[in-house]
Structures are given as structure tokens and as C-alpha cells.
Design a protein around this ligand. Structure first.
Ligand SMILES: Nc1nc2c(c(=O)[nH]1)N[C@H]1C(S)=C(S)[C@@H](COP(=O)(O)OP(=O)(O)OC[C@H]3O[C@@H](n4cnc5c(=O)[nH]c(N)nc54)[C@H](O)[C@@H]3O)O[C@H]1N2
Ligand SMILES: Nc1nc2c(c(=O)[nH]1)N[C@H]1C(S)=C(S)[C@@H](COP(=O)(O)OP(=O)(O)OC[C@H]3O[C@@H](n4cnc5c(=O)[nH]c(N)nc54)[C@H](O)[C@@H]3O)O[C@H]1N2
Ligand code: SF4
Ligand SMILES: [Mo]
Length: 681
């Protein structure tokens, strides 16, 4: 007798993506046959993005691509030669090394580096309890991505994690997307949210990407000049009587500290320093001020040397026009959807737990920008514990990263689903289960939705979810604190209870998603801000105490010297950071690594589309294929991030050229401030 069953399981995409899509997994006879979009989910309303459709039906379910067993290095570091070992042996070896290093040199010489490989709550946070207990040094995760923006908006609003509810756009007359590229980094937000709005869409970006091309107004600003653009827009608002003086008097600190500077920043001056036509500055400012307006500041925007100042300057626009806290008006960087859901209770995040008191000192965080250098120093870093990230592909100074990881006296453990470029340097590799293989909770950081991550299959080979790996490692270390062993279901029930979406776990699994509230939320409605004054702080004593300017300044980055160009390396349409870079179908779609160059710069160097070119700076040289296109400004190159270095003909990706210069605040990456020369190969 043949059985022939078909079942659909609703789950959620846990990638580091604004969209937070719903997934429908089709099981035939209990086995996954297709991973597709959940058409009833409010974010995607149909298919998944192209990259996930490919990878979730490709590499992520391919036994030949996945890591199936713990491995011990059997060749030179980086050679990728390993032998299969058992879990007990692997964990005992890791535990013995961590104990040895901790006892001899202190636990701070063990570095915990992680980020958003999976953003599901337990798999993304639980392992930090282990490292916190151990007293390891944390590599501050946000410093590779968005910490300048967080730091700046903490000064201004007292939080960078409370944005707007996208559904409030039904009341908006204007939506500004500033330094984000949703057509790539949030494809369903781009299609359904921006695509469906009647509001005037204004995009501010040096690149005419698809969202910019479709916008009502595109302000094609020179990289790193956005603070000046914000000041010039504020000039128009001030000059034309568009300030909301009542709102400023009640809710804003520091208008007086910038009013004189704004007076100086005419649209004509703005044009000269930013490249944006004065008429467009006037027009955009008037439409924004009339409101109700939404302002979305992208993560790309703050990956500039003065990214923090840029964020503080942009905040003047909502603060001085009252475009926050009412229907259709608001500001957005990221939504911490779980925190927003938990307003009525405590925070539902899986917190990192108590710090070890045995170690005598709590973990200190260091910036990702310091890691390439620190890895060269045997006295500083003795163990490098990597999970949920791929630093060889994603971090700056790729060459130096590899040299550091090649150190024989560095004990490296990598936990991943795949044998990444970083994993190739590991002493011990631990195989992680994928999101299709265990239960967890997910949320979107744009939409105010929470979704279940539902187990659809047994983990491949001997892979285990992050949380189970670190429970077992805690046992191998002889730790006995109860929080290190908490089980998944108890954490899920606890978080669901605290975030109060009115659904139990079985109900959430059935429905596939839940909104934090049925009706659109007006975030910041009470206009109470967690700043020292309780108001929006355009000028900030706290910032000044931290060595920052008291208020934002109308400064721009110095223009590159002759022959030098700015290199932008934002999100790649076909990848999720470096994830999917090993999927064969995705690789076919991507083709060779490209650099886009403006016809003017190309002509001066006799470069044509399809030519091999070499990009160079103090870090080294990288060969790419040229694409001549006026989508980028003269003086600006575009080459997307995060291809797998080891799969490139040049054995490197664009991070070879990324110099780890810190932003003005938050010790964060300024990758989009990178400068290079370019020539024909
Ligand atoms: N040039 C340039 N570089 C950049 C940027 C840029 O704009 N330009 N952007 C930066 C930004 S914004 C970010 S966020 C970083 C991202 O950099 P990383 O944090 O390194 O992100 P990924 O490269 O995606 O690496 C995530 C890894 O986690 C693995 N993974 C997925 N699910 C799981 C799981 O359940 N368990 C475990 N253990 N592993 C899992 C994936 O296979 C993948 O290898 O890159 C930064 N690098
Ligand atoms: N397909 C795909 N989606 C992703 C990711 C991915 O790798 N691939 N990564 C995810 C992650 S980790 C993140 S952090 C987000 C990032 O997504 P976004 O927030 O969209 O940020 P980026 O992709 O870094 O860059 C967005 C835009 O910033 C612009 N930009 C750079 N410098 C400046 C400047 O000085 N001024 C202005 N106005 N604009 C500037 C770039 O030209 C680019 O178009 O995307 C997430 N989504
Ligand atoms: S990566 Fe983003 S767009 Fe793609 S399926 Fe996941 S949530 Fe949706
Ligand atoms: Mo990121």
C-alpha cells in the first residue's frame, strides 16, 4: 500500500531582512518537497524573494552542501582539510581549550563573535548566555552594520528601535527613503509598501537603483554629504515659515543651537556641496514639511565616516516640522518588534543572562573594526568563537583577517550550516541545523509582525540548533547555572506570554503570523522620549559629554583626491550578506563580480562594459568586471558586498579593499566611505 500525504507547514524567514516573509513548506509523505511563500502573509503576499526561493530549495536542503558532522582540522589552517569526529569528542576538545585559555590567560582572551546568520530569537541570542557566563569578550555585533545610527538616534530620540508602523503610511502624503535600497534589501517592502502608496516618494541616494528610478523625486547626493543636504532642506523650511514652532517649543531641545547654521545653508550652497540641484532641494523640503511624512533612514546611510552626524542632522527634519507621533508621520531606522509588543510586560528578548562572577570581571565589547588588528596579537585573542557570522567574507581588511586566522596559536571554533571561508580556518567546526529544522520565534524589524519558526524536518546529518550546541557545551564545561540549559519550548512560551499577541504557540503555528496590534500603531504618540530632557534632543549635553559636537553640523566629507573614487558596496540582490554565496543557482544568477562606473570616469580611463578592471588602495588590489552605467554618479563606484571570497577568481571579495576606519560615533563600520583607484587590467 502506498501512502500519499501532502501537508503544508507555515513558518517564517529568519534572515536579517526588513521583509520578515511568511513561508509555506510543502511536505509530501512527511518530507520537504518545496519551500515557497505563504500567500496569506501580509509582508510577501505571495512568492519569496528570488534568492530564498533558490537557496531554500537548493543549498539549504542539499546534503552535499551542508555541514553534517563535527569536524577537526587535519591540514593547514585555511586548507579546508578536516576529519569527521563525534559530538562528544568535539565538545570535550572545545571545552578543554576554553578552560585552558581561561585559566591561564583569563576569559577575556576568548572572543565571542556572532551576528545575524539567523535572526530567530533563541538561535540568535541564547548562545550569548554561555559566553556571558564564561566572561568572554564580545565583539560588538552592531559595529559591523549599524552602530553609528543607533548611537546617534539614542542621543536624539533616546531609542533607535522604535520607528513607525508601516501601516500608518495610509495617512502619509510623503515618504522619504534616505540611504536605503529596498529594491534590493527589502524586495517586498519595495513592491507592496512603496509600490502601493499614493504618497510622494522621495529617495536620497548616490545610486539610481530601482527604488530611486521609480520614486517621484530622486535626490542623487554625493556620498557622505547628507548632513549638508539635511541642513539645506531645513533652510527652506525655516525660510518659508514651515517650522512647527509649537511642536519645537514643547518637544524639541536645541533648535536655537542650529538655527544660525541653517540660515547659512542655502539651497544653492547645498547644491554646490551635495550635487543635488537647488530646485529639487526646495521641492523636497516643501513636500516633506507639509506632511504627514515618514522618514526612513537606511543602514547604508550611516556606513559613512560621519554617519552619526548625518543621522543627527536628518533628525532635524521631523523634529522641526512635527512629523512624528501622529497618523502618517514618523521616523524609522529599525523596529524592535518584540520590545514594541512587550510594552505591557517586561522585555521578551532572550536576554544574555548573568555574567560570570567567577571571572571577576564582566565581558567587555570591542569593535569589529579592531578585529583585523587584534587577531594579529597572540596576547590579545587566544580563542575566536564564531557563530551566526562569516567574518572572512564580511569583515574589513580581508587579507589581514586571513593572516590572523592562520595563526597556529589561535584556537578557532566555527558553528555554521556551511563550510564558509571562515570555517575553513577553524580548529573545530560544529554543524548548525537550519531554520527548517527546529522551532523558534521570528519578527520583522520593519513590519510589526511576529512569526513562528516551525520544525519541518529533522536536522541534516548530525547538525544541531545553536541553542542545543551551547547547552551541550555548557555541560561539557561543567557549568551548572539553570539558565544555560533552559529548553526551547519554555523560552517560546515565556516570550509569547510576555509579548502578548493574544496567541499561544499552537495558535501562532496555525495562523502563521501575528500583528502586534490589529490597528496601525502610532509609535511615539505620547511624544515622551527616553533622553535626559524627555524631549527630542537635536542638541545633546550627553553627546557633548561623550566628546561629540553639541549639535549636528553641516559638514561634508572631504572630496577624494584626483584619481580616487568612492566605492559603495551595499547589499547584493542575490545574496543575504554572504549567505547563498555557495548556492549554485544563485551563483549562476549573479554572474561575475561587477563594478559599476559612471561613463565619465570610464571614458577618462578607456574602460568599457565587460572589461577586466583592477580596484586598488592601501589594502590591496581586486580584479572585477566593469559595467559602465550612469546609475552611479561620477566619482562613485558600486560593487556589491559579501560574495564568497574563496569562490572568486581573485580569491577575495570587495572587503579586501575595506579599510576598518571607525565612524564618528559608535565605533562602527564606514565601509561606504572606502576610496579606491581603478584601472583597466
Ligand atoms: N563591503 C561590505 N561589507 C559588509 C557590509 C557592507 O555594506 N559592505 N555590510 C555589513 C553588514 S550590514 C552586515 S550585517 C555584515 C554581515 O556579516 P555576517 O554577520 O558575517 O553575515 P553573513 O555573511 O550572512 O554570515 C552569516 C553566517 O551564518 C550562517 N548561519 C545561518 N543560519 C545559521 C544558524 O542557524 N546557525 C549558525 N551557527 N549559523 C547560521 C550562514 O550560513 C552564514 O555563513 O556584513 C557587513 N559587511
Ligand atoms: N538582498 C539582500 N538584502 C539584504 C542584505 C543583503 O546582503 N542582500 N543585507 C541585510 C542587512 S544585514 C542590512 S544591514 C540591510 C541593509 O540594507 P540598506 O539599509 O538598504 O543598506 P545598504 O544596502 O548598505 O545601502 C543602501 C543604500 O545606501 C546608499 N548609500 C551609501 N552611501 C550613502 C551616502 O553617503 N548617502 C546616501 N544618501 N546613501 C548612501 C547606497 O548607495 C545604497 O543604495 O539589508 C538587509 N537585506
Ligand atoms: S530574505 Fe527577506 S525577502 Fe527573502 S524570503 Fe527572507 S524575508 Fe523575504
Ligand atoms: Mo547588516
Amino acid at each position: 500500500m502506498t501512502t500519499n500525504t501532502k501537508e503544508t507547514v507555515l513558518t517564517t524567514c529568519p534572515r536579517d531582512c526588513y521583509d520578515g516573509c511568511g513561508i509555506a513548506v510543502v511536505l509530501r509523505d512527511g518530507e520537504i518537497s518545496r519551500v515557497a511563500g505563504n500567500r496569506d502573509h501580509p509582508s510577501n503576499r505571495g512568492p519569496l524573494c528570488g534568492k530564498c526561493s533558490a537557496a531554500y530549495n537548493g543549498a539549504w536542503r542539499d546534503q552535499a552542501a551542508r555541514l553534517l558532522h563535527p569536524l577537526r582540522r587535519s591540514g593547514k589552517k585555511g586548507s579546508g582539510r578536516f576529519e569527521r569526529i563525534g559530538w562528544d569528542e568535539a565538545l570535550d576538545e572545545v571545552a578543554a581549550n576554553l578552560r585552558r585559555i581561561s585559566d591561564h590567560y583569563g576569559p577575556h582572551s576568548i572572543y565571542n563573535t556572532h551576528y545575524t546568520g539567523t535572526c530567530s530569537l533563541i538561535a540568535g541570542e541564547f548562545p550569548n548566555r554561555f559566553f556571558s557566563h564564561l566572561g568572554a569578550t564580545e565583539v560588538d555585533p552592531d559595529t559591523i552594520c549599524n552602530n553609528a545610527g543607533h548611537t546617534a538616534w539614542n542621543y536624539v530620540f533616546g531609542s533607535s528601535l522604535n520607528g513607525f508602523d508601516p501601516r500608518t503610511a495610509r495617512d502619509s502624503r510623503c515618504i522619504v527613503v534616505w540611504g536605503a535600497n529596498p529594491s534590493t534589501s527589502a524586495p517586498h517592502v519595495d513592491r507592496h509598501w512603496l509600490g502601493g502608496t499614493k504618497a510622494c516618494v522621495i529617495v536620497v541616494d548616490p545610486v539610481r537603483h530601482d527604488t530611486a528610478a521609480r520614486a517621484d523625486i530622486h535626490l542623487q547626493v554625493r556620498p557622505g554629504t547628507d548632513a549638508a543636504l539635511a541642513f539645506a532642506m531645513a533652510h527652506v523650511i525655516q525660510r518659508d515659515g514651515l517650522l512647527d514652532r509649537d511642536f519645537i517649543a514643547r518637544h524639541v531641545e536645541g533648535y536655537d543651537a542650529v538655527a544660525a547654521a541653517i540660515e547659512q545653508c542655502t539651497p544653492q550652497w547645498g547644491h554646490e556641496v551635495t550635487g543635488v540641484p537647488a530646485g529639487l532641494i526646495e521641492k523636497a523640503a516643501a513636500i516633506y514639511a507639509a506632511g504627514p511624512s515618514l522618514l526612513w533612514l537606511g543602514q547604508g546611510l550611516q556606513r559613512q565616516p560621519a554617519g552619526g552626524n548625518i543621522f543627527r542632522a536628518c533628525a532635524m527634519l521631523p523634529a522641526f516640522t512635527g512629523n512624528i507621533g501622529r497618523p502618517g508621520a514618523g521616523v524609522y531606522y529599525l523596529n524592535s518588534t518584540f520590545d514594541i509588543a512587550a510594552r505591557r510586560g517586561g522585555s521578551p528578548e532572550v536576554d544574555a543572562g548573568d555574567q560570570s562572577d567567577g571571572a571577576g570581571e564582566g565581558p567587555v565589547a570591542v569593535s569589529q573594526m579592531d578585529i583585523p588588528d587584534l587577531l594579529q596579537d597572540p596576547a590579545a585573542v587566544r580563542a575566536y568563537m564564531v557563530w551566526n557570522c562569516n567574518p572572512v567574507a564580511s569583515n574589513p581588511a580581508q587579507d589581514k583577517m586571513r593572516r590572523g586566522l592562520a595563526r597556529d596559536d589561535l584556537f578557532t571554533v566555527v558553528t555554521d550550516c556551511f563550510l564558509t571561508d571562515t570555517a575553513r580556518y577553524a580548529d573545530i567546526v560544529l554543524p548548525a541545523a537550519s531554520f527548517l529544522e527546529f522551532d523558534d520565534l521570528c519578527c520583522s524589524y520593519f513590519h510589526l509582525t511576529i512569526g513562528p519558526q516551525v520544525k519541518c524536518a529533522e536536522p541534516m546529518g548530525e547538525a544541531l540548533p545553536n541553542q542545543e550546541i551551547f547547552r551541550r557545551l555548557a555541560r561539557a564545561m561543567g557549568f551548572d547555572s539553570a539558565e544555560l540549559f533552559e529548553d526551547d519550548r519554555s523560552m517560546i512560551d515565556d516570550m509569547l506570554g510576555r509579548c502578548d499577541v493574544g496567541m499561544t504557540w499552537p495558535e501562532l503555528k496555525q495562523k502563521g503570523w501575528a500583528y502586534v496590534s490589529e490597528e496601525p500603531m502610532i509609535l511615539w504618540r505620547d511624544l515622551r522620549f527616553a533622553t535626559p530632557s524627555g524631549r527630542i534632543e537635536i542638541a545633546s549635553l550627553k553627546a557633548r559629554d561623550d566628546g561629540q559636537p553639541y549639535a549636528p553640523v553641516a559638514a561634508v566629507d572631504e572630496a577624494p583626491a584626483p584619481e580616487w573614487l568612492r566605492l559603495l558596496s551595499p547589499a547584493d540582490k542575490h545574496l543575504m550578506n554572504s549567505s547563498y554565496g555557495n548556492d549554485t543557482h544563485v551563483r549562476d544568477l549573479m554572474g561575475p563580480a561587477l563594478v559599476t562606473i559612471n561613463p565619465q570616469d570610464a571614458g577618462a580611463r578607456h574602460i568599457r562594459t565587460g572589461d577586466q578592471v583592477v580596484l586598488s588602495n592601501g589594502n590591496g588590489e581586486l580584479a572585477l568586471t566593469a559595467r559602465v552605467d550612469d546609475a552611479t554618479l561620477p566619482g562613485v563606484l558600486l560593487a556589491c558586498k559579501s560574495r564568497w571570497p574563496g569562490l572568486e577568481t581573485s580569491d577575495a571579495n570587495v572587503n579586501l579593499l575595506h579599510i576598518p576606519q571607525k565612524t564618528d560615533m559608535g565605533e562602527s563600520t564606514s565601509v561606504h566611505g572606502t576610496q579606491v583607484k581603478i584601472r583597466r587590467a
